[in-house]
Write a protein that binds this ligand. Structure first.
Ligand code: BJW
Length: 228
């Protein structure tokens, strides 16, 4: 059985990483479409760098939770038959042991140069405008996908959805496309669809089945049921 899992901010919430749209979310008081755009970066690059520098630094204070660990366990069992695509830019899947995670909205631990377009692993602050390790120009930005930009590796994601027997969405509001459309894509190609979320998402009616509760409980239970 080929399984595609889509994860969103909700899977990292119990690790202490704020979500985007919940009451105590990361962008409370801001319209996300105003903040997470290339135009916002052009207007206020230092403010945007400080925002992402703080989130990168905060990675040191958080740890994978049982939901991340359960998906790593599922990968151990299924290998290439499990495809995890995350909208999250944290590294909690990898720290739980997952090795094949596709970060469609980029990664905090990466920077991209606006001049040479090369991506570089990055652990330091960007707010002091360091030079690009590839071309030497001071044009590095966070390697994240903002509104109006095309997420990473859409061809690979579509191929995986085409081949999926089961599509599982975990901890995402279903408010942001193209990820919000994956459930319809998977269903159209014949996959069964399952939502695991704290509460019904915006797309909940598109799923064959929805289970509501914390990811740290639901995901280990689902994986345990699959693996026996
Ligand atoms: C728990 C829990 C617990 C809490 N357990 N659950 C009009 C109509 C349709 C589309 C568009 C439109 N106008 C523009 C668009 C496109 C636009 C879009 O979708 N806009 C919407 C606002 C409508 N999309 C784009 O621009 C994208 N690009 C694009 O479409 O390019 C065109 C193209 C695509 C493909 C092929 C060819 C062309 C780019 C979108 C980029 C999004 N970027 C961000 C920022 C990334 C960097 C950063 O992190 O700062 O990505 S925005 C933000 O939202 C972030 C997230 O990855 C993303 C999704 O959020 P997520 O993960 O769902 O979090 P929340 O907070 O929304 O939800 C958390 C959920 O967890 C909730 O449901 C909780 O209940 C739940 N939860 N605790 C289980 N313990």
């Amino acid at each position: 059985m080929k399984i595609v899992v889509l994860t969103g901010a909700g899977i990292s919430a119990e690790s202490g990483v704020p979500t985007f749209r919940d009451a105590d979310g990361l962008w409370e008081g801001h319209r996300v479409e105003d903040v997470a755009t290339p135009e916002a970066y052009d207007a206020q690059p230092l403010a945007v760098h400080r925002f992402y520098d703080a989130r990168r630094a905060a990675l040191g204070d958080v740890h994978p939770n049982p939901a991340h660990v359960a998906l790593a366990r599922l990968e151990d069992a299924l290998g290439d038959d499990l495809f995890v695509v995350t909208q999250n830019i944290d590294d909690l899947h990898e720290r739980a042991g997952s090795k094949r995670v596709l970060h469609m909205h980029g990664e905090l631990l990466s920077a991209v140069c606006r001049s040479c377009r090369q991506r570089s692993e990055w652990t330091e602050d960007l707010g002091d405008f360091p030079p690009c390790p590839r071309c030497g120009l001071t044009d590095l930005r966070p390697d994240v996908v903002w509104f109006g930009e095309i997420p990473y590796e859409m061809d690979r994601i579509h191929d995986a959805l085409d081949a999926a027997d089961l599509f599982v969405s975990i901890g995402t509001s279903g408010a942001v496309y193209p990820a919000a459309g994956f459930v319809m894509h998977a269903a159209a190609t014949g996959a069964r669809t399952l939502e695991l979320n704290l509460q019904p998402s915006e797309g909940t009616s598109f799923f064959d089945e929805s289970r509501h509760g914390p990811a740290g409980v639901l995901v280990p239970a689902w994986v345990g049921g699959l693996l026996g």
